[in-house]
Design a protein around this ligand. Structure first.
Ligand SMILES: c1ccc2c(c1)[nH]c1[nH]cn[n+]12
Length: 330
């Protein structure tokens, strides 16, 4: 078949289970290919990560490799509807193959570009799912470190769809430390404290909250809060000084609450920045219609289920009934 030659130079432990086909996307740390599980033909996304980058003199430092596997072990244990599931990891000498859940709706980044900006209700539905996913990560003491629209995938073609956060945690190990990676990309989503301390500061969860603020800004307006087009101030200075604003032209019909949440997330002082737990309680999210939609997307099987308390009650009544009738018979 078309790909047999490409599958030829893949390791046996991968090709005995999966057939890799077209490229789905290329990240900073390798490419993602569509994979079919042999037998079931179930579809997956296989992230191919070269470990070469941070190997010293050809042999990957053991600690790094075991750290990567340690990291993956944690990520495998994560279970949240808005977090991409890791199916399995095939670790070979030079390359790491991470088999992940496949989603078909593409990246949020591309969707924002195509719709220009989302309506506030749709932006709220999508953002609420992201905040739920990051809250779950932070509750497990995991920091994503690289939140951006490219790492947020959409499950469906319509805009009111399930969101999946991907590439969490791995970036700090797999790319030879996100510090290196952090300073090689454009810092559009990068929190000021990383620029101020040139990364020597301690990574905290607060950096994820800043990135979420930048993402929300883009979802609602269609353009980024900081840009390197500005002549008077370069990007790092804009970020470190928190020099962003809400020009009426783009923000006139956006609610005060949405803008308030952006301001609280994009607070330059990480100590004053809103936490994810406070963010999810923000008044902007006090919206039952949105929450009902979000819960239907995140927990579809929960629809029309008999509430557990009723199941217990029925069970108790039935067993007691039976028990009593047995006793009476005696
Ligand atoms: C990590 C990176 C990209 C991914 C992914 C997991 N799953 C999936 N489905 C389509 N693209 N893609």
């Amino acid at each position: 078949d078309l790909y047999s030659n490409e599958n030829k130079d893949l390791p046996e432990e991968l090709t005995e289970k999966y057939t890799l086909t077209r490229v789905l996307g290329r990240g900073a740390c390798g490419e993602v290919r569509l994979a079919f599980a042999k037998g079931s033909c179930e579809k997956f996304a296989c992230k191919i990560v070269s470990k070469k980058k941070f190997s010293v003199g050809g042999n990957t430092p053991i600690s790094m490799a075991s750290q990567v596997m340690g990291e993956v072990k944690i990520l495998k244990a994560l279970k949240h509807p808005c977090i991409i599931k890791i199916e399995e990891v095939i670790d070979t000498k030079d390359v790491l193959y991470i088999v992940l859940e496949l989603v078909d709706g593409g990246e949020l980044f591309d969707r924002v570009v195509s719709v220009n900006q989302f309506s506030e209700p749709v932006a709220k539905l999508l953002f609420y799912q992201m905040v739920s996913a990051i809250k779950y990560l932070h509750d497990q003491n995991i920091t994503h470190r690289d939140l951006k629209p490219e790492n947020i995938l959409l499950c469906g073609e319509n805009n009111e769809t399930l969101v999946k956060v991907t590439d969490f945690g791995l970036s700090k190990f797999v790319d030879g430390g996100s510090l290196m990676k952090t300073f090689c990309g454009t810092p559009t989503y990068l929190a000021p404290e990383i620029l101020v301390t040139a990364g020597s500061g301690t990574y905290t969860k607060a950096i994820d909250n800043w990135s979420l603020g930048v993402i929300l800004f883009i979802l609602l307006s269609g353009y980024p809060p900081f840009s390197d087009e500005r002549k008077d101030m370069d990007l790092p200075k804009q970020i470190m000084g928190g020099h962003y604003d809400f020009p009426k032209k783009y923000w006139d019909n956006i609610s005060e609450q949405a803008i308030d949440l952006i301001k609280k997330l994009m607070t330059t002082d990480p100590k004053k920045r809103i936490t994810i737990n406070d963010a999810i309680q923000h008044p902007w999210f006090k919206d039952d219609e949105m929450k009902t939609k979000a819960n239907k997307l995140m927990y579809p099987q929960a629809d029309g289920m008999v509430p557990p308390i009723l199941v217990w009650l029925l069970y108790t009544l039935l067993t007691n009934e039976f028990y009593c009738s047995e006793k009476i018979a005696e």
